[in-house]
Design a protein around this ligand. Structure first.
Ligand code: LLP
Length: 419
């Protein structure tokens, strides 16, 4: 459920009229609903109640805007981070360091040192090599790093290949068969305190079966580690649960179904669970509002050319992702059109020959379910300034990231001295 609804024929974000908002902030812009973010966090909390006192570490990569993170931090969320930049964002937004997990396959020594000095909760490490390096960095600083080993369970997540992470051929994690040796070795390293196991097999999962298979393997591993005399306090089960994008597709499992499965599989593990949901919390809490520049009759299809492009919302061109497209003031007519942006690539296509609300030049259109992996994956390709991000809260709204200016865009370039 979200808070983007038609009222008097105009799409609203909570109590804010999106036509009026577009007139104030210009287009394109991302619009986030704080009530939806809060609701989703509570739904996740509720689904995971009965699992002890789990840490819900919001995956900052999904939407790192400080206002989004702060909205969640105020509800008790932690943060799953993958760079020092994300750690700084989480801290700036008010997430306490003891709720921050540092994941990622390529942490640099500088990032390790900075994270240690910030006093974050835990590093999820992804190779034996990383363990040795992190130990050296920590020992050099006179600190001990609490580590969980992210294992690669060799499970096919059944999602898009570019966002599957749990197969043996993927770069992520330590092959699960090597985990006992890696854990034992980590015990001997001076700068490490091995506290647990982590797993994350991919994103936008439409079925619980691969998650369950991966968690079963983690459970067996925990038993094996304990039998070998190791202490295992933490199991971090990652994120990845899918959300509905295309109404014609079957619904993904609900958070409650996910919670029930986790409860069944982890019964008797005797660990503190960590979860890293991203998309599930912010995905349908955001939309991208864009204006139709013009329509165009092509040789084979009608085109609707909007002022947002692949640089603003990359998911359709990168993953063939579906985002629902709605007129902000629908006319009760539909048309079949290909919806494209102004960027000079054929891949700059949001929908191909889709039946959408009929629109004309000047109309506003919303790409739905764009709160996760939207603004954060934007670039300035074609020298297009990054768009504004707005958060609404009831009838209130705030620009939580103003649109980049042309000065912002060009001003950091330097003409080389010999030119
Ligand atoms: N934990 C780890 C270690 C991850 O790598 C990710 C996502 C998450 C948690 C959060 O996953 P979520 O709950 O959001 O599925 N750009 C792609 C998605 C990439 C996901 C990367 N890792 C997209 O737009 O679909």
């Amino acid at each position: 459920m979200d808070h983007f609804q038609l009222r008097n024929g105009v799409l609203h974000a909570e109590d804010v009229d999106l036509e009026a908002l577009a007139a104030r902030v210009g287009t394109p812009f991302y619009c986030y609903s704080s009530a939806t973010i809060e609701r989703h966090f509570r739904v996740v909390q509720e689904a995971l109640s009965g699992l002890g006192d789990p840490l819900i570490a919001y995956a900052v990569k999904a939407n790192p805007n400080l206002s989004v993170i702060r909205t969640l931090a105020r509800l008790g969320a932690g943060a799953d981070t993958v760079s020092i930049g994300e750690i700084e964002r989480a801290l700036a937004a008010g997430v306490p360091p003891e709720r921050i997990v540092f994941s990622g396959v390529g942490k640099t020594r500088d990032e390790m040192a900075a994270a240690l000095l910030k006093g974050i909760r835990q590093f999820n490490i992804e190779s034996e090599e990383e363990a040795v390096e992190l130990s050296a960095v920590a020992a050099g600083l006179g600190r001990t790093a609490r580590v969980a080993f992210r294992v690669n369970p060799d499970v096919d997540a059944g999602t898009h290949a570019k966002i599957s992470t749990g197969k043996a051929e993927n770069k992520f994690g330590i092959p699960i068969g090597r985990a006992p040796a890696a854990y034992a070795q980590a015990q001997t390293l001076p700068g490490l305190d091995p506290v647990g196991i982590a797993v994350h097999i991919g994103s936008q999962l439409g079925s619980l079966a691969p998650l369950e298979a991966a968690f079963e393997r983690v459970g067996a591993l925990i038993a094996e580690l304990r039998a070998a005399g190791h202490r295992v306090e933490i199991a971090d089960l990652g994120g990845g649960l899918g959300i509905p994008y295309d109404p014609a597709q079957p619904l993904p499992p609900s958070p409650a179904d996910y919670g029930a499965m986790v409860k069944r599989v982890t019964a008797g593990w005797d660990v503190r669970l960590i979860f890293e949901p991203g998309r599930l919390i912010v995905g349908n809490a955001g939309i991208l509002v864009t204006r139709v520049i013009r329509t165009k009759r092509g040789g084979a299809t009608e085109f609707v050319i909007v002022d947002a492009a692949m640089n603003d919302l990359l998911r359709p061109s990168l993953y063939d992702a579906w985002h629902d497209i709605r007129a902000v003031r629908p006319r009760a007519e539909t048309t079949t059109a290909t919806v494209v942006g102004p960027v000079c690539e054929t891949g700059d296509t949001f929908a191909t020959r889709r039946t959408v609300d009929a629109v004309e030049a000047g109309d506003l259109v919303a790409f739905m379910t764009a709160g996760a992996y939207g603004a954060t994956m934007a670039s300035t390709y074609n020298s297009r300034p990054l768009v504004a991000e707005v958060m609404v809260h009831g009838a209130d709204w705030a620009e939580v990231r103003p649109r980049e200016t042309l000065e912002d865009l060009i001003g950091r370039d330097r003409i080389a001295p010999w030119l």
